[in-house]
Design a protein around this ligand. Structure first.
Ligand code: FAD
Length: 355
């Protein structure tokens, strides 16, 4: 018997578990053989506080202190890059993200491969950080193990309500719990249907990534993340190499996602259009699923019809940067404490908004 049974060992599950372990005993079940195998092992690992909807920005801002305390942030910076026909769009986006427009000469001092013949707009700021995502997952997992257990390699395949709580079957074993926490990422609606709880209408969307050698043999370690205006591509240093994403959002079923070659090729072409160094070789490619609710706000808290079933879902492209505050909000709501976030934000994140 456990107080909280969490389904899903991505960042959503471990961050909620870290906070819930302060309230009671936690059991986290993950179907893969390791934590963070799906979206949480495939992200761009960036913390950009001004990225996303207002509710996401609030969660990300409220997560900053915990991310610093856990020592997972490292300087990166962000550079918004637009073509000659994207100057007005670039200015609008730069204003939204509180970035400073800079001239091409200044920009080339930071990223020497910007192409003067094709780049029409650049803005920059330093207040964007890399997240050590593995360290963050392991840090939350340690908190869970202080008052509970993590079991990998078990797929939850039935969830039954009992008089006192829940009976869950996974990996041929039975588990009982007072509260079930649904942190199953792209599978969260499926998990809800196993428990006979109404689904939210979550849509997993694939996003691909390619790793290429450092362009032109440059030492790219200090370069900022480069983001194409309109989120049409992005690129950033990654362990001495460079990762480039087409930044696509293609609907997908919940699955072990893989990159689409054509989408990667088109994304690389959009990146190459803005730089002087061609892509000569792909080291590897991968893809992950970013899961969105119908209004693209996260879904955090007890289900309104079945309060002992708690949602931690719809993290979209923000699961890491919002994780500490998302976990705290879930624990506040479950524990009957008043949340630190403003009530209109809590409402925007509530599963009740879909009923
Ligand atoms: C290419 C890409 C770039 C990204 N960049 C960023 C970024 O820069 N910054 C940021 O903050 N976020 C980013 N994200 C988003 C972030 O990765 C996700 O929001 C986050 O990983 C979602 O975490 P999750 O735990 O909800 O889902 P997942 O990581 O998918 O975890 C869900 C887990 O549930 C398990 N599960 C499902 N069903 C069952 C079952 N029946 N039984 C047991 N286990 C089950 C799965 O195996 C899985 O491990 C990016 C995502 C992608 C794909």
């Amino acid at each position: 018997m456990t107080d909280f049974l969490i389904i899903g060992g991505g960042i959503a599950g471990v961050s909620a578990g870290s906070e819930l372990a302060k309230l009671g005993r936690v059991t986290l079940l993950e179907m893969e053989s390791a934590l963070g195998y799906h979206a949480s092992g495939r992200s761009a690992a960036l913390y950009e506080q001004r990225y996303g909807l207002p509710s996401t920005i609030s969660l990300s801002a409220a997560s900053a202190d915990a991310l610093w305390d856990r020592e997972v942030l490292q300087d990166r910076g962000l550079m918004l890059v637009g073509g000659l026909d994207q100057i007005s769009d670039g200015r609008r986006e730069a204003e939204q993200m509180e970035m400073l427009e800079i001239g091409l000469d200044a920009a080339q001092k930071i990223v020497p491969i910007l192409n003067p013949e094709t780049v029409g707009f650049v803005a920059h700021h330093r207040e964007t950080w890399d997240i050590d995502t593995d360290k963050l997952i392991q840090s939350f997992a340690r908190d869970i193990r202080q008052n509970g257990q993590i079991v990998t390699g078990v797929t939850v395949d039935s969830i039954e309500r009992t008089q006192n709580g829940w009976r869950v079957h996974a990996g041929g074993r039975e588990w009982t719990a007072d509260i079930v926490v649904n942190a199953a990422g792209p599978w969260a609606d499926h998990v809800a249907s196993l428990a006979r709880v109404s689904p939210i209408g979550l849509q997993p969307k694939r996003r691909s990534m390619a790793r290429i050698p450092a362009p032109g043999g440059f030492d790219v370690a200090q370069w900022p993340m480069m983001l194409g205006v309109g989120e049409s591509w992005y690129a950033k240093p990654d362990a001495g190499a460079f990762i480039v994403s087409p930044a696509e959002e293609h609907d997908s079923a919940p699955m072990d996602a893989w990159a689409d070659d054509m989408v990667i090729a088109e994304g690389l072409a959009r990146y190459e259009h803005h730089v002087t160094e061609p892509v000569t070789r792909l080291e590897t490619t991968w893809a992950g699923l970013r899961s969105f609710s119908p209004d693209r706000n996260l879904v955090l808290g007890p289900d309104p019809q079945v309060p002992s079933f708690v949602w931690v879902a719809g993290q979209g492209g923000y699961g890491f940067q919002s994780a500490p505050a998302a976990g705290r909000l879930v624990a506040d709501l479950v524990g009957g404490r008043s949340p630190e976030l403003a009530s209109d934000i809590v409402m925007k994140l509530s599963p009740g908004r879909f009923q």
